[in-house]
Ligand binder design. Structure first.
Ligand SMILES: [Zn+2]
Length: 123
């Protein structure tokens, strides 16, 4: 009997080869390019988070309003297309003017990511 859901891994794009990148800690799908990192001092749901300009191999959940440390934001959780793990969220809208720069950006949970060996992050 063929495994029901394994075909989903074929949707994983292999991009950024040779460039320092973040990968899903569960299935090793490439998620984001290191150069797209805006800030690593954000708070995720479970710990530290990275603010990114872009992400790949993710699908978005439904939009919801969520009270975060910096006020109410309209966000959508993002999930790895390779394994379905929740990786963070996408900022659709920020209510506070001072938080508008986050709109259209991605928050990736540090715990859900691994980075390749070509570079290091300070912790
Ligand atoms: Zn994954």
């Amino acid at each position: 009997m063929p495994p029901a859901d394994k075909s989903s891994t074929s949707k994983v794009l292999h991009v950024f080869e040779g460039h320092p990148s973040f990968y899903c800690s569960n299935c090793s799908a490439v998620i984001a390019l290191k150069d797209e990192l805006i800030s690593k001092s954000f708070s995720g749901r479970d710990g530290r988070g990275y603010l990114m300009h872009s992400a790949v191999n993710v699908r978005m959940g439904s939009k919801e309003e969520r009270p975060l440390l910096t006020g109410v934001h309209t966000v959508a959780d993002i999930f790895c297309v390779g394994c379905g793990d929740r990786l963070g969220w996408y900022y659709h809208k920020a209510s506070d003017q001072s938080q508008k720069y986050k709109e259209g950006k991605y928050l990736l949970e540090r715990e859900r990511l691994v980075k390749d060996n070509a570079w290091k992050l300070d912790t």
